[in-house]
Every structure is written in C-alpha cells, then in structure tokens.
Design a binder for this molecule. Structure first.
Ligand code: ADP
Length: 484
C-alpha cells in the first residue's frame, strides 16, 4: 500500500472537511507497473455528491464577490504548494499512472504553470466600460462566475488536467465539484491535501467526489445548481453528457478524443521531425489525446525517415516508471494494452509492415508493458487510422501532394492536435489553415501550454483551456447599461 504524508485520508472532501465514508464502500487503485493494489479509496454515495454541490453553492458569492486580489492569492498559493511538493506529488502520480518519474514530476510543474498563468492574467476578468455609448447609455461589462462547476478529469494527466480547469474556475470565482478518474484518484487527493493545508479557500470552494462515474455524473448533470461541466475524456462520454444535460441547457466545455496527423514533407529536417515525433508520441506511453496517431510521410523521404525513427525507437527503454531511468512505463490497464495490440494485429493483417517493435505474438502475457512500435504501409481502412490508439504504436503512411495530405489529415471525425514538418513557410501556412484542428504544430511536436488556448474542432469537443480564452470559459459576460 502506498504511504505518503499527502495521503492520510483516502476519502472525499466536502465543505472544507474530509468525509467519513460512513457507508464504507471503497474502490481499488492499482500500480500498473506491478499490478498491485496500492490504495482503497472511498466510493461516494449520491447523497454525498449532492452535499458537495450544496457546499459549492454555499461558497458562491454573487453580490459580494471574492476580490481579484483574493482569487489571485488562491492561485499563487496553489502554484507554490505544487512547486514545493513536486517530488512527492510526482511520486504518487507515477505510482498510480505508471509514467516515468521525471515525466510525472514534470507534469506537476506543468500544472503549477496554469495556476501561475491565471494568477498573472486574472485582471482580464475585471469589469470594463465600453468606449461607445450605444442607446445613450454607459455600458459596463461584468464577468460573473458562472456558478458551481463540475470538473471531470481523465487518468492520463492526473494533475495537468485538473490544473487547467481548476485554475480558470478559481480565477472566475467558481466553486467546483471535482471528479478524478478512478484509475488515478490519489494525485487528486494529494492536491486537496495541499489546498487544505496551504490555501485559504472558503469552505465549499473546492469539493472532491470519487467513485462510480454513473452516480456522480447523474447528480452533476441533473442538478440545477451546476450550470457548467468541464470534462476531459472520451468522445463517447462527452456525447452522453450532452444528452444528459439537454433538459437544463448547461454550458459544456468538452475536451474529447483526438486522432492527430503528423505530416512530414520532403523538405523537412528529418532528424528534427523524428526527435519531435518521439517526444510527442511516447509521452505518457502514447496515452495522450494530442499524440501523433497517424504519421504521413512524403514518399520521397519515407525510407530515410523510417530508418531515423527505427534507430531512435530501438534505443528506447520500457519499464517501471518509478525506477527513474526508463523512457516508457506500462499502459494504464489491460483494456488499453489489448487495444494497442488489436491495432497492431489489424494493421499487419491488412498489409502493413513492422519497422520497429515486436510481432503481436511476441508481446508476452500478464503485464502492461508495450514496446514502442512502428509500422509502415498503413491505409485509411485500418483501425489505427480510424480510432485513437492511445498507446506506443506509430503507424506511417506515405503521400505525394499537399492537397492529398490535407484531405487525409482531415479524414477523421476528430480535430484536436496536428503537426506539420516543412521548411516552406507558405506551405506551412496553407496546410495549417486547411487542417481542421485546434492545434497545428509547425516543425514542433509540442502540445498545450498555459499561455495558449487549446481545444478541439468537430468531435474533439467545445471550448478552450489555457490562454485568456480558457479563463473566460468560466464566466458569464453580463452587461449593465446605465440609463441615467
Ligand atoms: P477514458 O477512456 O480516458 O477513461 P472516460 O471518458 O471513460 O475516458 O473517462 C473520463 C472521466 O469521465 C473519468 O473521470 C470517468 O470516470 C468519467 N466518466 C465516465 N463516465 C461518466 C459519466 N457518465 N458521467 C460523468 N463522468 C463520467
């Protein structure tokens, strides 16, 4: 069992207090590297989730709002608490997620960056008066907190994803009811421990609920006291949330699946493209919604690029992330492992060739370590072209023309991240404009950052996280024209 000063209580947190888990129901948390149960965490009842919403409601202040200075201090204090506890939070994250320890600790820094950004830009949410006087009135625009928000996060970035949402919610003055993924609740408990100890938040401003997604989702979708949900996860659950909130017309910020194209033109710096692809693709074991899912390489450089990639991939190490010196940890669970294996089998059955990695039959049983794998000769009908693989499989397809590759890149219901490698400025601009993706990395595989708005087009979702756009997600613009 995991031991940590940040994990004294493994229960929810409502109205400024840890809950008692009176009904005694728990769920197990596993270390995916060892398969061992490392914690048993309280599974909360419907009435507890309702109590969390009520606590949030009591912390919402409309007529005497929390000042900008107060909100900025909350954000700064969370940032500082994360930074000074980076090692321990990262260790917990590594143990429940499996990603390498340095990557896990880097994610804590990344998370702190969102609180920092919001603290530095919170002034943007101040009211302002329009320079014009339409209809002979003086118009003031206020940014009111939207209300109690439900923040639902996935397991792939246990601290990064909540940081994006919570930083903007607190900047806006919105109380929240937070539900982490059941695979990775411990990092969230650690965050709550830090907020409880180091941040002077009003009781009810942040509430933690864990357990059955159906129970928690139902309360958050049905409660008239929760006007907004911010969700990161699968498109399937995103669709369900849209349906389940239709009666209430809630605001939904949805960051859903991706199917990122990574395009390498024949004039690209192939070493830089290969290095960026490695960094982009294998972060978190390939279990990120922004990682390259389809790699399109110009036919003239396909062989050269494939060799450079294989050379790098063959040097990568896979193992228990806590050891500290591995490139890739285990996948999150058996379903995740089986999906990557199915995509590899399907691609090879339909004519792709293995460039690096193992044949499916040589992958071994009873563990979640999937080696980095590269296949070429991928076609649009293969599962790895249609679905998000969420694992360390790089499928490569060749292309000839710019128009053809833009069309191929867009041939997906998703529109989150994409990447293009070319030395030609004008071509890069044309391709970026043609790709229906919220993020287009040009000669970089870098993903979201606190300073820039990030989000999806099409079935990848609605709304933006990061940047000023992310801050404004949690407020309602209210106009007050003054007529005398
Ligand atoms: P993933 O495939 O990455 O696990 P999911 O969409 O299944 O993504 O889960 C993302 C988050 O949404 C998790 O916290 C999960 O528990 C939660 N979730 C799943 N189903 C629902 C639901 N019906 N209502 C609310 N939250 C849900």
């Amino acid at each position: 069992m995991i031991e940590s000063p940040l994990l004294e209580k493994l229960t929810g947190y409502i109205g400024g207090r840890w809950t008692d888990n009176e009904q005694g129901s728990t769920f197990d948390v596993y270390n995916p590297a060892t398969g061992q149960v490392i914690a048993q965490v309280a599974s909360m009842s419907e009435s507890e989730v309702k109590a969390a919403v009520d606590a949030g409601k009591s912390a919402l202040r409309l007529t005497s709002p929390y000042s900008i200075e107060t909100r900025r201090k909350w954000l700064e204090d969370i940032r500082d608490a994360l930074k000074s506890n980076k090692e321990e939070v990262g260790r917990i994250l590594c143990l429940e997620h499996g990603k390498p320890l340095n990557e896990a600790q880097g994610e804590v820094d990344y998370a702190a960056g969102f609180f920092d950004y919001c603290s530095r830009h919170i002034q943007a949410l101040d009211a302002h008066t329009l320079p014009e006087k339409p209809k002979d009135c003086t118009w003031t625009v206020h940014y009111r907190p939207i209300g109690v928000t439900g923040l639902i996060t996935p397991w792939n970035f246990p601290i990064g994803m909540i940081a994006k949402k919570l930083s903007a919610a607190l900047a806006a003055g919105c109380p929240s009811v937070i539900k982490p993924a059941s695979e990775t609740p411990l990092t969230m408990i650690a965050l709550f421990k830090l907020m409880d100890k180091h941040v002077n938040l009003p009781d009810g401003m942040v509430n933690l609920v864990m357990g059955k997604a159906s129970v928690i989702g139902k309360v958050l979708c049905e409660s008239p006291d929760v006007p907004m949900l911010s969700f990161t996860g699968s498109t399937e659950v995103g669709r369900k949330l849209i349906l389940d909130t239709a009666d209430q017309i809630k605001k939904l910020a949805l960051e859903l699946g991706g199917n990122a194209p990574f395009i390498v033109f024949d004039d690209a710096d192939l070493d830089a493209a290969a290095d960026n692809l490695i960094a982009n693709k294998f972060r978190g074991g390939g279990q990120t919604c922004v990682c390259a899912n389809r790699v399109f390489v110009h036919e003239k450089v396909m062989d050269a690029f494939g060799e450079k990639l294989a050379e790098r991939v063959n040097k990568m190490t896979v193992g228990d992330g806590i050891a500290g010196d591995v490139d890739l940890g285990p996948l999150i669970n058996k379903a995740g492992f089986d999906k990557v294996k199915r995509h590899l089998e399907d691609a090879l059955d339909k004519g792709a060739s293995l460039v690096a990695g193992k044949q499916p039959g040589d992958l071994g049983d009873g563990h979640l370590f999937f080696p980095p794998t590269v296949v070429s000769g991928v076609t649009p009908g293969m599962c790895c072209s249609r679905e998000e693989t969420f694992g360390p499989l790089v499928p490569m397809a060749s292309f000839r023309t710019e128009d053809e590759v833009i069309a191929a890149g867009n041939d997906t219901e998703f529109g989150l991240a994409s990447y293009v490698f070319t030395a030609d400025v004008e071509r890069a601009q044309r391709v970026a404009a043609g790709l229906r993706f919220g993020h287009v990395g040009w000669n970089t595989g870098t993903g979201p950052t606190p300073e820039a708005p990030f989000g999806g087009m099409k079935a990848s979702g609605t709304g933006r996280e990061g940047g000023l756009e992310g801050l404004f997600e949690f407020v309602e613009a209210q106009t007050v024209p003054r007529g005398f």
